[in-house]
Design a protein around this ligand. Structure first.
Ligand SMILES: Nc1ncnc2c1ncn2[C@@H]1O[C@H](COP(=O)(O)OP(=O)(O)OP(=O)(O)O)[C@@H](O)[C@H]1O
Ligand SMILES: [Mg+2]
Length: 217
C-alpha cells in the first residue's frame, strides 16, 4: 500500500469517540439544523421517478444547475452513475431493484442530513419502495416529482436504444415493457411533455421547492 493510500489521522477520532460518555458525545453532535443554517437553506431530497427516457436525468441536471447558480448546495444522485459504484452488480429483478432503491434512500438521506438538496433520478417503479424512502427521509424533507412522460413518447425518444432492445427481447425486466411501473398515486408535482422543455420543467420543480420552504432557513 502506498503511504498516500492511508486514511489520514483516523485513529485519534476513534479514540476520542471511545472515551466520551454518551451524553457528552450526543451534545457534541452537530445537528442537521445547524448545517442548514450554515447552508442558508434546508436539506432535502427531490426524487424524480418515471419511465426510462422520461427526462429524469435531464430535468434534474437543469435543476442542479439552477440551484447551484442561486447559491444552493445540491447534488445529483443518478441511477446510471450509481450503478457504476454503490449499486454496482445489482440487477433489475424485484429484489435487486428494492436493494437499489434502499441504497439510494440511505445515501440521499445522508445528503439531506448534511444540509444538501439531493436530487435523485431513478426509475423507482414500486410505490412501496418510494413510500419507504419518504418514511426514512421524513415527509417534510421529501419531494416526489413524477416525470409522467407517456410510454409512447419515451419509446419514440429512445436515446439509449433500450426500448428497441427490450421489444426484441434482449433486455428482460425492462420497466414499462416487461416489468411494471406503478404510477405514484400522490406526487408533489407531475411533469408532462406539454409543460415545456427541460428548463421549464426544472423551473416548475424550483417553484415547488420554494413553496415548500426548502430554499431558505
Ligand atoms: N421536457 C422535455 N422535452 C423534450 N425532450 C426531453 C424533455 N426532457 C427530456 N427530454 C429528452 O428525453 C431523452 C431522455 O431523457 P433522460 O435521459 O433524462 O431520461 P431518464 O428519465 O433519465 O431515462 P433513464 O431512466 O433511462 O436514465 C433525452 O434525449 C432528453 O433530451
Ligand atoms: Mg437517466
Amino acid at each position: 500500500m502506498l503511504e498516500t493510500d492511508r486514511m489520514p489521522e483516523s485513529e485519534p477520532v476513534v479514540e476520542r469517540a471511545a472515551v466520551r460518555p454518551g451524553a457528552e458525545w450526543s451534545d457534541a453532535t452537530l445537528t442537521a439544523a445547524e448545517r442548514e443554517t450554515l447552508a442558508g437553506h434546508r436539506g432535502g431530497v427531490v426524487w424524480f421517478t418515471g419511465l426510462s427516457g422520461s427526462g429524469k436525468t435531464t430535468v434534474a441536471q437543469q435543476l442542479d444547475r439552477r440551484l447551484h447558480a442561486a447559491g444552493k448546495r445540491s447534488f445529483l444522485l443518478d441511477g446510471d452513475v450509481m450503478r457504476d459504484g454503490i449499486t454496482k452488480g445489482l440487477g433489475f429483478g424485484r429484489e435487486d431493484r428494492e436493494e437499489n432503491l434502499r441504497r439510494f434512500t440511505e445515501v440521499a438521506h445522508l445528503f439531506a442530513e448534511a444540509g444538501v438538496i439531493a436530487l435523485v433520478s431513478a426509475i423507482a417503479p414500486y410505490e412501496d419502495a418510494r413510500e419507504r424512502a419518504r418514511q426514512r427521509i421524513g415527509a417534510a424533507r421529501f419531494v416526489l416529482v413524477h416525470v409522467a412522460t407517456p410510454l409512447a413518447v419515451c419509446e419514440s425518444r429512445d436515446p439509449k436504444g433500450l426500448y428497441k432492445a427490450a421489444r426484441s427481447g434482449k433486455i428482460p425486466d425492462f420497466t414499462g415493457i416487461s416489468s411494471p411501473y406503478e404510477d405514484p398515486p400522490v406526487a408533489d408535482l407531475r411533469l408532462r411533455p406539454e409543460d415545456g422543455d427541460p428548463l421549464a420543467q426544472a423551473e416548475a420543480v424550483w417553484r415547488v421547492l420554494e413553496r415548500r420552504g426548502f430554499l431558505s432557513v
